[in-house]
Design a protein around this ligand. Sequence first.
Ligand code: ADP
Ligand code: MG
Length: 611
Amino acid sequence: MTDRIKLLPDVLANQIAAGEVVQRPASVVKELMENAIDAGADNISLILKDGGKLLISVIDNGMGMSPMDARMSFERHATSKLSSVNDLFAIQTMGFRGEALASIAAVAQVEMVTKRAEDEVANRLVIEGNKIITQEAAQAPVGTRITVRNLFYNIPARRTFLKSNDVEKKHAYEEFNRLALAHPEIRFQLIHNDETIHHLEAATLKSRVVSVFRNDISKRLLQVEEVTDKLKIHGLVGTPEQARKTRGDQYLFVNNRFIKSALLNHAIVSAFDKIISSDTFPFYVLFLELDPSSIDVNVHPTKQEIKFDDEHMIYNYLKSAVKHTLSFNLVAPAIDFEKDAQLASAWQNTERSPFVPQHEGGSRPKENYRIPGDFYKENVGRWKDLYENINIDTGHSSQPNQSMVFNSSLNEIDTPAEEENVHAGKYIQLHKSYIIFQVKSGLMIVDQQSAHHRVLFERFYSKTSEAAVFTQTDLFPTEIVLDVIKSDILKSVLNKIIYVGFDIEHTSHNSFIIHGYPSFLEEGTDLATWFDSIIDTVQSEVELDIDFHQIMATTYADNNAVKRGQELKNREMQDMVDQLFACNEPAFDSRGNRCFGIYSLNEIENFLKFK
Ligand code: ADP
Ligand code: MG
């Protein structure tokens, strides 16, 4: 193999944000361990003395360096990882500035022993104050060992600025944890003052998480996994009971790089909204993968902060991915993913995209498009296994495109024959509000109002997210007259309303005419009232993550969902339950109300037990 290290051109060197690489022992730990990972090692040991203040040593079995590379590696802006400006935007390796070793060598006593597989002997270098004092042949296995002693020995002011051994040790462990979590496939050891703190074998992410945190958390971890063409996310979140009073174990990685982002942390935490109390912090270890060209990792010298092209989209994506996991697991706590592989894969392999707004305003062609009818079928798999009594047969008569009309109290013409053949007597309506029926594990109670709300919300959302929506022209256009404030609000969102398939015109100062509406809406939908609630919501909405599309879908569902107190026929109950469980997120409606709950046989037994 030839020498691999090149000096960065000056232009590029200047483009790279300069910065203090070495702040404390933990920064050295991070840089040395990242280099070991970049060198392809699958076995890395970190040895610390006195919190790293006395000694930090990283030993790897990676590719090693040639004698020339070994010398070069201590030059500023010497790197084997980047050679043109373009590379900066597609960074895959951890390091890329070529300044870590040079910076470390400027403020500590450094010894490096390195050997490549093709070399007879290893090479040993001693560097002090950036000068190579010794370079000689040595005996060592393939790989690299870098030992950093007496950090800031030559800058007393910085040295005294370091915290106690315990505090520095904590920071160093933290860096170790981040890298150990990001690379479960690598074997890691951590030794402090001759005591083995960690001995981590190559493992799955879950086992790695369990061995890094050691406490009994394995039973309290929920798996997150979502894939879209732009983004991938996987990892683990703690159950709500796992949430702690102090912020702590929260790890977010972007393209396998640990990052800190208040915004994305907010996205994850807000998925736990109303599930954990607001003064606790959920546990998470999450990995986001996206096109490297859509992020800029060079914003901060220690590379923990990055910029995204589309933060808002990532925010929504993260939040809904975590929400999916929570809502699925909270209503089905008895399911053990590892035991029930089939169920787990049914859940994980669905290539649904979460509710991420895919488009911004603008008008769309008003042609007659066929709307694909498979929305209600694609998610059936994972719920079907769970609730075997729910008939979500493809042959079943509740067609995806057929709208549910709940008009029992109005329509007195009964069709008893048809009523009977569909699981007659299976569903019971309780106090005209709840649907109860038997499922595999016990008794299910569905809240008719929030269930229907969820169904309508998803139908609206998915139909209006399609490439094109067919607009139905209204023979009797609806006129809406508003006050000045409200008409300003409506004007500001007009594009978005047109985008989802409305034909709406701003006629005069505060008057609008709706000529047509998205064709999947039922005839007679009260558009004026609906638009009024949309405007109200936009007006009162202060949360940063609410998008207009969701507001429309939610207010639509608010206005059109069956209410408690309305009597339902057996067939209508069946339709509602079927359609609820074909939803992406059947557990909660878009306002956060639970749609259903299960009383397990155990709970019923305990409840009835003589005490
Ligand atoms: P960077 O990692 O940004 O390239 P560093 O100063 O950390 O800069 O390292 C300089 C160069 O030294 C790296 O590009 C790499 O070629 C080499 N190097 C450093 N550590 C190791 C190691 N543990 N194994 C093999 N090569 C290494
Ligand atoms: Mg490096």
